[in-house]
Design a binder for this molecule. Structure first.
Ligand code: ATP
Length: 243
């Protein structure tokens, strides 16, 4: 993990010379990056640098206008978000993505039943509540009445308990109290230990660098740096790392 050499496993996710546009506006220019098996990549950079666009391209939400995306060795360029999700790539964003009128427990049961099977749901629920005890306390509460941080915990719990090949987390700690950020990162550290790879987009750059094995810095839609967290700290100025 952090402080060591760059991770060497085969890439789980690989972007090769990816470009992406929103109408006439080009958001990504020839972006290449790899997330290695069992490792965590921190994707950092200034506001508007293109970090979320990388996440959307990887998860099939935004099409590429050039280049390729590979997942587990398969070329997934142009595949639908649904098809990519079924391959084991989960995307958790800061946006509120829970079913507001359902309870916390109903949201989790819905997420767990299909991939894990009905008989595995009780055990999956207890793992979710172990990871986020606050959700256990509120299991009967409508998800729509949870605080913003609690809703993000719920979205994360859904993705963490179902085994994934890669979890893309986009600004998950944005606006959260420090103690909640710690809970989120503790959960991400545990999921990394189970072998799931992580692509972490973060405003809390130092926090992300503590977790990550490698780091990519984006600036104006291009890769400015691709290397280890230690290298990023020594080679890049405070401006680029946003400190
Ligand atoms: P932040 O840290 O502020 O969330 P980011 O690095 O995630 O920024 P992106 O959200 O990927 O950046 O945006 C990259 C660029 O693409 C920005 O200039 C943004 O204005 C533009 N952009 C993003 N989404 C759209 C969209 N739906 N339509 C038009 N332009 C967009």
């Amino acid at each position: 993990m952090n402080g060591g050499p760059p991770p060497e496993g085969p890439p789980v996710l690989e972007l090769r010379n990816v470009s992406a546009t929103y109408g006439p506006y080009r958001a990504l220019f020839d972006v290449s990056l790899s997330v290695r098996a069992g490792s965590a990549l921190a994707l950092v950079g200034a506001n508007g640098a293109g970090k979320s666009t990388v996440a959307r391209v990887a998860t099939g939400l935004v099409p590429t206008s050039g280049g390729t995306v590979h997942f587990d060795g398969a070329d997934i360029t142009g595949r639908s978000a649904f098809a990519i999700a079924r391959m084991g790539l989960a995307h958790v964003t800061e946006g509120r993505s829970v079913f507001g009128s359902l309870s916390v427990e109903e949201n989790l049961v819905l997420a767990f039943r299909r991939p894990l099977g009905r008989s595995a749901v009780p055990e999956a629920l207890s793992r979710a509540f172990d990871a986020f005890p606050r959700l256990g306390d509120r299991r009967r509460q409508s998800a729509g009445t949870l605080s913003g941080g609690e809703q993000r915990m719920l979205a994360l719990a859904r993705a963490l308990v179902v085994p994934q090949r890669l979890l893309v987390v986009d600004e998950l700690s944005f606006g959260l109290a420090p103690v909640v950020v710690e809970e989120v990162y503790a959960a991400l550290t545990r999921v990394l230990a189970t072998g799931t790879s992580l692509l972490v987009i973060e405003q809390h750059v130092e926090r992300a660098l503590e977790l990550a094995d490698s780091v990519v810095v984006l600036g104006k839609g291009s890769v400015l740096y691709d290397g280890t967290p230690a290298g990023a700290r020594s080679e890049l100025g405070d401006l680029v790392l946003g400190r």
